[in-house]
Design a protein around this ligand. Structure first.
Ligand code: ZN
Length: 279
């Protein structure tokens, strides 16, 4: 199933996407509440899907599938070609940073290049959405804790990322966590570790890889993170970006106002964001 958050007449609503149409999920609450209660609520959503009115997806504004996740964690240096272009060593331990939840942005919404942070770069990533929460989740049970998957762009301000050892500020500018276009539930993804992913800037392919090249796979990531903290329904995990970022090009290429960045993951759809200067 593909679950989205869309702009309804009186505020955000959860919907179900079926091919090129959308049906309201018949649920008066945010996506996080639907995820938390999914075991009981799923039959209700399936019923809404049968009786609800479908409207063309093209007439709907899709919002970030989870508008206010409890936390957003992202892993650095997790594809070999990105490690090489970053002139880094393959990490012995997983390298984690947070993105502020206020960075959340819609799948087709503008991304702001701030006056204070002009060196903005793209990073296409597979995003895992936590379903059942938990602590100390073993790797071989991690799949049971994943509600579904999205496409994400871990937008990064490179100057702020690298001028201190801690990356979080450079990863947390407002609007710098666009993801979506919807959550594809985990039961609809046969194997998450064989998916092509790519990123284009104004139609030029910049990144093209496959999740089989993840250094630490998604299940290892959840096992590792949950040793430290309780994962909760709706938490987001950005699982790393492959090579091809603008900061590693010669000369370095940062995004400019007017650029359009499209990120895609096989079977999960795509997001496409125009980049604009801060007003
Ligand atoms: Zn990243």
């Amino acid at each position: 199933m593909k679950l989205c958050t869309y702009q309804g007449a009186r505020g955000p609503r959860v919907g179900v996407v079926v091919e090129d149409r959308l049906v309201d999920a018949g649920f008066d609450g945010p996506m996080t509440a639907l995820i938390a209660g999914w075991g009981e609520l799923r039959p209700r959503v399936e019923q809404a899907l049968e009786v609800g009115d479908a409207r063309p997806l093209s007439q709907v504004t899709l919002l970030a599938p989870v508008l206010r996740p409890g936390k957003i964690f992202a892993i650095g240096l997790n594809y070999a070609d990105h490690i090489a272009e970053s002139q880094a060593q393959t990490p012995e331990h997983q390298v984690w940073f947070t993105k502020a939840v206020t960075a959340v942005n819609g799948p087709f919404a503008p991304v702001t290049i701030a006056r204070t942070g002009p060196r903005v770069d793209y990073e296409v990533e597979l995003v895992a959405v936590i379903g059942t929460g938990g602590r100390n989740v073993p790797e071989d049970r991690a799949a049971e804790h994943i509600f579904g998957y999205c496409v994400g762009n871990d937008v990064t301000e490179r100057f702020w990322q690298h001028r201190t050892p801690q990356w979080s500020l450079g990863k947390s500018f407002d609007t710098h966590a666009p993801f979506g276009p919807w959550i594809t539930t985990a039961d609809a993804v046969a194997d998450v570790h064989i998916l092509d992913l790519s990123c284009t800037v104004n139609g030029d392919v910049r990144q093209s890889s496959n999740t089989r090249h993840l250094v630490f796979n998604v299940f290892q990531q959840i096992a590792h993170l949950s040793q430290a903290m309780t994962l909760e329904p709706g938490d987001l995990i950005f699982t790393g970006t492959p090579g091809g970022v603008g900061a590693a090009m010669t000369p370095r290429q940062f995004l400019k106002p007017g650029d359009v960045v499209r990120c895609e993951v096989e079977g999960l759809g795509h997001i496409e964001n125009p980049f604009v200067a801060e007003a």
